[in-house]
Write a protein that binds this ligand. Structure first.
Ligand code: EPU
Length: 327
């Protein structure tokens, strides 16, 4: 978002040993420590951060065959899309629909990155991390990561506790199989790709994302700014009575997921620029807040409030912010 105050200290870490050294350096000075990847899903507070930011640059990309499957171990500091590109080039499926997502590999389990019907949790075997509480490196199996929609223990109960250093993923040597997410299915069908290759799925996702989402290198944004809300069956039925065309997906186990982008769009906020705060939303996807001319995180939070208030007033749904607000 290109907002927020400065950090007192910042260091790039290139190995697990660097992480230990960075933590020790900060502890010796009684300073708090935060680890970041690409920073694309972080909103920094205007006060800045009176501590040490460790920027994860730990490299690594190792593919190993394992009984018809592929085991991929990557350093947390690798660029995520380059990990996807190399997996696809190697004929390994499982993360191709997560193409062009900004940020580093190590950040993907934190919010359980997901797009076009795939989630990183589906392919993840385990993460390696420095456990600040136990003061040692641990390997956490996927089943113990507390994964849910845009959630994990790393952004919930154990927020800030683990500094992720590596991921192990299980991929498969298979051609992509449907059903595909609606926009992806439509894109493939329009091009007559009834049996797309992995590369064709990756290319399709990239084309769809480029058409719908702003490039953070050019327009300051953090992708989807809110989680898609899950409401009760009763609430959904009431809304569907008023808005029969409202996109909605029943959630296994109860409740109905709604499209935050649709709610914001209907509330009149698609493609707007708010004169008071300099914030706005992307014309092709109202769920993406963009910084057009905002001067501070306070401006962003004021605009967030306007969007939340209006969606709450019209639909009775309180939207929950998705990017992390730090520190
Ligand atoms: N819609 C509107 N108006 C809008 C935006 C969306 O009417 O301005 C409608 C769409 O027509 C569609 C529905 O809302 O019927 C859902 O929209 P879309 O398919 O674009 O997906 P989304 O739910 O808005 C989620 C993820 C995206 C991910 C896409 C594709 C969340 C919070 N967001 O968006 O993730 O790329 O699905 O899988 O779950 C991100 O997290 O940064 C991100 C881009």
């Amino acid at each position: 978002m290109r907002l927020g105050g400065p950090a007192a200290y910042l260091a790039h870490v290139h190995s697990p040993a660097d992480v230990v050294e960075g933590v020790a350096w900060a502890e010796a000075r009684n300073l708090p420590v935060i680890m970041v990847g690409g920073g694309s899903n972080i909103i920094w507070r205007d006060e800045g951060f009176a501590g040490l930011v460790l920027v994860n640059r730990i490299p690594g990309f190792e593919l190993a065959e394992e009984g018809g499957q592929v085991r991929l171990t990557v350093g947390a500091g690798e660029n995520w899309d380059s990990v996807v590109a190399r997996s696809v080039a190697a004929g390994a499926a499982g993360i191709e629909r997560l193409s062009l997502i900004p940020g580093t590999a190590g950040a993907t389990p934190v919010q359980n990155v997901g797009a076009y019907g795939q989630e990183v949790a589906d392919a993840l075997v385990s993460v390696e991390a420095y456990d600040r509480k136990a003061r040692r490196f641990v390997r956490i199996p996927a089943a113990e990561c507390g994964f849910g929609y845009r959630r994990s223990r790393f952004n919930q109960a154990d927020r800030g506790r683990f500094f992720i250093t590596a991921l192990t993923l299980r991929l498969v040597r298979e051609q992509p199989r449907g059903p595909f997410y609606p926009s992806l299915a439509r894109y493939l069908a329009e091009r007559g790709l009834s049996r797309p290759t992995l590369q064709q799925v990756r290319d399709a996702v990239i084309a769809i994302r480029r058409a719908r989402l702003p490039d953070p290198a050019q327009v300051a944004n953090s992708g989807s700014f809110f989680r898609n809300p899950i409401v009760s069956d009763r609430h959904a039925a009431e809304l569907l009575g008023r808005y029969p065309d409202m996109p909605h997906w029943p959630v296994p186990g109860g409740g109905v997921k709604l499209a935050a982008g649709w709610l914001i769009d209907q509330a009149g906020f698609r493609g707007v620029t708010d004169a008071e705060t300099g914030m706005g939303t992307w014309p092709a996807q109202a769920l993406v807040l963009v910084n057009r001319a905002a001067g501070s995180t306070a401006d962003l939070l004021r605009f967030r409030q306007k969007v939340q208030d209006e969606v709450l007033r019209r639909f009775g749904v309180l939207l929950e912010q998705e990017p992390e607000l730090l520190p």
